[in-house]
Design a protein around this ligand. Structure first.
Ligand code: CAA
Length: 381
């Protein structure tokens, strides 16, 4: 067992940490307040090679693997969870399924520009009536000559309205079960594609979340991803890895909150000494650190398993479940360490606490992770 990051992984971690501090952090609070997405930050991430981090050079990537990917998401989220999820959705939800299920032509046409940051990607699965219950989706895709015609609408789409390419799921047959779902690569410029209402959210406010609509949207047959009827499995396999990206985001948020709490506890004096010297506070900091480290190890382990071609769905569900809960606990305690000041926008911990909440919800609520984990346990896998 080796817990040491490789030289390359350490280098990527340091590069992203510096980038996060210098480029992302200075505007994080302001972008959160204004609910403003900054495409320039995405373009700068592309210049650093982050937008194609795990993919091979053949597809415009940096060939750096999944451990480097989670390190990058963690470092970005440590200063700005919105930037973390922008990259996580782009890489693990939009690019990953093309990398794994796309044919060579689709990889050249879409994966490469996604990796190079010329395109921003998104994943359009959830519908108003089909959240946790994916198979109950209503969006349809009907064959018409060389095309499919998509009709329906999706909600809560991360990078919605800003993305150039969407991995969209629709029913290609009328049966109610999951076997009727297929996956498509949809360009934002296709006729009949519209981005709708932008959500006003509690957290990750500079990451746009919108509705997307398909109104007789014509998608060429060559843009179907995988086989007809394979969409549900594509979505599930995509989420297996995506969930670990959210775990990494949660670890980053929690670490950012702990960093702030430690600094503040050393500086703030009450009863004649820094509050860090009161056990009520120092024990909180210790508990926070323990939770973060456990979440981090689960997250790195799941990434390592994926990188080494081992099954990782169970490990990702564990990491997302634990890290999401840890982020919520740690950020709530960070606000407590700051007392009244923590409740104001003068300090970043209230933002971390608002951002942490979504990590328990998106890419499968933590209750869904428990279904995935317990199904695995009970089936003996
Ligand atoms: N990999 C491969 N196949 C899988 C799989 C996986 N991880 N999970 C399930 N399957 C297969 C099953 O083996 C089964 O196959 P067969 O029919 O051949 O036997 C089939 O899929 C159906 O499986 P289930 O009966 O378990 O399916 P279900 O309908 O009961 O659903 C679920 C299972 C775990 C609840 C699933 O629906 C689920 O994960 N729901 C949560 C959805 C979710 O995570 N949404 C997030 C939206 S994206 C988002 O949030 C993005 C964002 O913007 C940041």
């Amino acid at each position: 067992m080796n817990f040491q990051l490789t030289e390359e992984q350490q280098m990527i971690q340091k590069t992203v940490r510096d980038f996060a501090k210098q480029v992302v952090a200075p505007t994080a609070a302001e972008r959160d307040h204004e609910e403003r997405f900054d495409r320039e930050i995405f373009e700068k991430m592309a210049e650093l090679g982050l937008t194609g981090l795990p993919w091979s050079e053949k597809y415009g990537g940096a060939d750096s693997g999944y451990v480097s990917y989670v390190l990058a998401i963690e470092e970005l989220s440590r200063v700005c969870a919105s930037t973390g999820v922008t990259l996580s959705a782009h890489l693990s939800l939009a690019s990953w399924p093309i990398h794994h299920f796309g044919n060579e032509e689709q990889k050249q046409k879409y994966l490469k520009p996604l990796a190079e940051g010329k395109y921003l990607g998104a994943f359009a699965l959830t519908e108003a009536g089909a959240g946790s219950d994916v198979a109950s989706m209503k969006t349809t895709a009907k064959e018409d000559g060389d095309d499919y015609i998509l009709n329906g609408s999706k909600i809560f789409i991360t990078n919605g309205g800003e993305a150039d390419v969407y991995i969209a799921f629709a029913k290609t047959a009328s049966d109610e079960n999951h076997k009727s779902i297929s996956a498509f690569i949809v360009e934002s410029g296709y006729e009949g594609f519209h981005a709708g209402k932008k959500e006003e959210k509690l957290g990750v406010r500079s990451s746009p979340t919108t509705e997307v609509m398909f109104e007789n949207c014509r998608v060429p047959k060559e843009n179907r991803l995988g086989n007809s009827g394979e969409g549900f499995k594509i979505a599930m396999k995509t989420l297996d890895g995506g969930r670990n990206g959210i775990a990494a985001q949660a670890v980053g948020i929690a670490q950012g909150a702990l960093d702030a709490a430690v600094d503040y506890a050393k500086e703030r004096k009450q009863f004649g000494k820094p509050i860090a010297h009161h056990q009520g506070i120092s024990f909180k900091l210790a508990d926070m650190a323990a939770k973060i480290e456990a979440a981090r190890l689960l997250t790195y382990q799941a990434a390592w398993l994926e990188e080494h071609g081992e099954p990782y769905g169970h490990a990702s569900a564990l990491s997302k479940l634990y890290a999401g809960d840890a982020a919520m606990d740690v950020t709530t305690e960070a606000v407590q360490v700051f007392g009244g000041y923590g409740y104001t926008r003068e300090y970043p911990v209230e933002r971390y606490m608002r951002d942490a909440k979504i990590t328990q919800i998106y890419e499968g609520t933590n209750e869904i992770q428990k279904i995935v984990i317990s199904k695995g346990l009970l089936s003996g896998k």
